[in-house]
Write a protein that binds this ligand. Sequence first.
Ligand SMILES: C[S@@+](CC[C@H](N)C(=O)[O-])C[C@H]1O[C@@H](n2cnc3c(N)ncnc32)[C@H](O)[C@@H]1O
Length: 742
Amino acid sequence: MSDLLHIEQEAEKLHKDGHFADALIKYTELINLDSFNSVKWLLERAECYLELTNWNKALEDGKKAIQESQTYKDKNTSADEFIIRASILCGKACSKLGFYTEALEYFKDGLKLDSKNAIIIQELKLLQTTILNEQKVESDTQDCTYSAVSLCSQAIYPGDDQLLNLEKEILTIKYKILDDEFYNRASQAKKDVQLEAHLVQAAYECLIAEQLQDSLNLISKAVSMDPGNVFYRSFRAQVYFNMKQWHKVIQDYWVIPKPKRKPEVWKQGGKALLELWLPVLAEFWLRKATQLSGGNDEEAAFLFQKVRVRRLYEPLTEDQPIKVDFTKFGRAVFAKCDIPKGHTVMTDIPMVMAQSLGSRDIPACCNCAVSLITPKAYFNDKLELMDKDQLDLVQEYWPNVSIEECTHCKEEIYCSKLCRKEAWDTYHRIICPSLNPAAAKIYSICQTKGYGYTDDGQWTEIWGGHYSPMILVKIWAIIASQAQDMMTKDGLTEPTTEHWAKAKAPFRRFIAYGTMPAIKRMPHILPVFQSVFATCGGGLKFNITEEEFNGRYYQAACNLQCFSPSITPYHKFMDNIKEDIRAIGMLKYLTERPPEAQFAAMCPLHACSNHSCFNNAEVCDLDINGRPGIQMIAKRDIKKEEEICITYIDTAMPKLLRKAWLYKSFNFWCSCQRCEFEGEQPNECTNCHLKAQDGKKFLACGQCKRAWYCGVVCQKEAWKKGHKIICQTDHSQVNSPEGYKS
Ligand SMILES: C[S@@+](CC[C@H](N)C(=O)[O-])C[C@H]1O[C@@H](n2cnc3c(N)ncnc32)[C@H](O)[C@@H]1O
């Protein structure tokens, strides 16, 4: 008997007898000795790891088995079978690790190859039950009311001190508001306490009766008799406020010395400054109101965020039919005018993007995502089969694809010299391995789809995120290069705290939420990031702390959107040849669309769009002036002032699962119209919540089968109240590459 056969029999026996630890040693021997069957042994070893509750190792083996099966798919007739088995193993391991989204994706991958696989269907049910149970415990214990305000910072934006002075100048020059009037006038005035009391009383009565001008005249008399009286000033400011004379409001508040200004004064002043659109001053006053109220004045805190959001997003939405506003769910997008179905709601340009690890072999510009598919890459061996006419067509009509490599490191390719320069200026000079040798490791980890050697020489999965680690590296490189530019401009050798703050500021736009610190999921990646930024281009140091890593990881996870270049050289070729008669002979070579390069991007406007399971807009790829980007299209007619929502999940799922996924991945309970008018279980009336007796089920809505009613009365009532609107089947499915869900 050969050695191999002997080990195989031993392994199988140990496995069968439940000696998993010993069996896995034998399987490891087989993996090393029998490379021809390595996938099979990897799968067996993964089974043992699962039995030993070593979920991470099981996942690692399962992933390797998938990778190897895919690589040799053409040569191996059992490849699909192996992939299905590996998907089940990975799904189970992820589920145990609490990575539910990933588990779902593995099971879905398995179902793509065998849609009736009983084990997968069983596992999916189990997964569903786990999530729902967990969610139930959490919904019982967790307060689901979401306070967007408490999540948002009131930190001063870098550079605001200068803007504040500018706005103060506007107050002085344009509105003639002066600081010193209070004391000067206070000292000169004559007092008559009785008359003043009478005036104030009369002014108050007029104010109540909404006789504002009379109220103003009376209180102004009191002010002239005692200009230093804080109460009179505040009273008159209120009258001006009701008269919408905003700068006069500020004039009266302005002369009250700061220590005497009550929280209410700061808040009303903030509102008036908001009306005058002096946003930095408005923020300053509203921040004071919030602070002095000990954080209890929710209105002031809310208004603060409204000002901030408006000042940050107005410049981005000037030419678009949308605006960004602050709501109880944080920033949200609203229609500025009616937007008909099918029309563009917004276009958005990525602030940072990176190609997905899975599509890394498909050539695309690292800077702008333009597809760089050449005839050779698309037609491959078929080029040799073509006759002269066909080759001429390719020569004539396939757009010229010029691929520019980084001249130093060859790790990045670009569509033009311009992109190469832009990439160099904005991020690549910080991470080009020619200047920063440590960065070579990041490129190599991307090349090997997240795998690499740990410091103690183990080949393992270093990066386990859904998106490319290059997203984080690019964010840090963009920040570092900005800080470096500012430092150089100021003639310094190190960036100041202010430089760093300014460089980080644009990324403050993105919310970050995560349940488990990223470092726990992938402990080996942080040292790699740290070494890349310990001495980046030009000797700059950027300390990537654990906190910085965890925060940025979820910032990307919560905000990324997948996209692909919508117009590729292939599309242009197809368009170019359509009027050439010779194209008919070409058709047999044009049977497949080229594989698409997939990118994930953080886009500032898209990141403000909230979720709804009854979304009125959908995200699509778009070419913006020759550069790939994204757009949102109205899914139905949208009315002026209506909130524009996209979907973060596959809304074809039933309500309970949608709820669970949204809670798990984004930390909110969805309360959209669809969730309100769809039921959860057949044993509960969706309208009146009556429970069916003795395990019976109520009748489902005949059309959507997603609501159950105890009788016709409830059905009719629910239909009228809102079920009618959401009773449809074309709900959005988010198809994301590599299991990534935005
Ligand atoms: C990409 S952000 C969307 C914009 C977000 N409101 C903000 O201020 O940044 C995603 C986050 O918005 C919040 N969110 C989105 N849709 C929501 C909804 N329907 N209900 C409650 N919160 C929602 C959740 O906190 C989620 O993690």
